[in-house]
Design a protein around this ligand. Structure first.
Ligand code: ZN
Length: 362
């Protein structure tokens, strides 16, 4: 572990906040939350869509969440004498706390109904939604972190994955970062989120189905074979080191999409070895630098950790990070229009081999 100190406190509304500090005995936990916050909202409602066999979370309270506040009122900066933010201490390294406007939580409304029609069961969105602040520096970005800080973040995600996987009913833990207003980011401060889902998301479910079918047919692990084939082909590889390879998927959906995968089959972040955790940062930071140099301006992106599910099908998982951007040219964004949004059939304007070449040269 690279964090020397892990200290948990409760915010004034009862939400948990954890300081992960790189130096021991920082004393940050001695600062109380001076705000008088109302109780957090009840969790979302999950509604079943029988037409596609998927659940949808309905969270009306999220409409009122903080939207692009001025930097002196940033809820993710440390608190100052004139402004009490979400983080009571005057400084921090990495901090995690329960989202004030969570998509998933254990706060179930007392009058929760159980169905809307015979075909549409309803259940509470039990799970957890956390915010991870990567640095106290408001104007920084993940790509500007040191490899040592990235290592701390990985250790924090391992800690959170282990804890959240143990919560009742959690099916999958999903750490992710949305970067850039083009993606829909509502706070500029460098941060990510972690969702603990109460059901296996549709995308994961189709990946599990594909992996199970492949295992039955060949006896092999699907992601292992895909990664081996990509490393052998080489044409879409962006970079690699002893433990990780970064490559553009052969059938990339997004104009610029990269997957970073450990060479050893690992189910989730907690299962990464010390050496694998250390080796991740340098390669990921290199890829993020290429993203930003591609068009000479900060690239909006989504960075998504795919981890093994908690329950059935867990052994079919293979930890990997999926990084992708909606920017397809310096002044053009890829929108999810008719084919993608209505039918889920992606049409990519950039040939993946060309995207890989551009990223290698950036
Ligand atoms: Zn800030």
């Amino acid at each position: 572990m690279t964090f020397a100190s892990r200290q948990a406190i409760r915010l004034s509304d009862g939400r948990e906040l954890i300081y992960f500090d790189e130096a021991p005995a920082s004393g940050r936990a001695s600062f109380p939350d001076t705000r008088h916050l109302p109780p957090p909202p009840h969790t979302s409602q999950l509604r079943y869509d029988p037409l596609v066999d998927e659940w949808v979370a309905v969270a009306a309270h999220r409409q009122t969440r903080t939207f692009l506040p001025p930097s002196d009122a940033c809820p993710l900066c440390p608190s100052t004498p004139s402004f009490a933010s979400e983080i009571p201490a005057p400084s921090y390294d990495v901090v995690v706390f329960e989202n004030q406007f969570p998509s998933f939580s254990d706060r179930v409304a007392p009058d929760e109904i159980t169905s809307l029609t015979e075909l549409v069961p309803v259940r509470p969105g039990i799970g957890r939604a956390e915010v991870v602040c990567f640095t106290s520096d408001h104007n920084s970005s993940f790509g500007a972190l040191t490899p040592a800080r990235v290592r701390t973040v990985i250790d924090v995600l391992a800690d959170r994955t282990t804890e959240m996987s143990r919560l009742t009913g959690v099916a999958q833990v999903f750490p992710f970062e949305n970067r850039g207003v083009e993606i829909g980011v509502t706070l500029h401060h460098p941060h990510g989120q972690i969702y603990a889902y109460p059901t296996v998301p549709a995308r994961t479910r189709s990946m599990l189905t594909a992996a199970a079918r492949y295992r039955t047919r060949t006896g092999h692990d699907l992601y292992t074979d895909v990664l081996t084939a990509e490393r052998k082909a080489g044409v879409r590889v962006i970079g690699e080191n002893e433990h990780w390879t970064a490559y553009v998927p052969a059938a990339a959906r997004w104009p610029f999409e990269v997957q970073l995968a450990p060479h050893r089959k690992v189910l989730d972040i907690p299962a990464l070895s010390d050496a694998e955790r250390d080796a991740f940062g340098p390669l990921y930071l290199d890829v993020l630098g290429r993203f930003d140099r591609l068009f000479g301006k900060p690239m909006p992106y989504i960075s998504a950790w795919h981890q093994a599910v908690v329950g059935e099908g867990r052994e079919l998982g293979y930890l990997h990070l999926q990084l992708f951007s909606i920017r397809r040219a310096a002044d053009k964004l890829k929108y999810l229009a008719g084919s993608e949004s209505a039918m889920g059939f992606f049409v990519n304007d950039i040939v993946p081999e060309k995207a890989a070449e551009m990223l290698r040269e950036a």
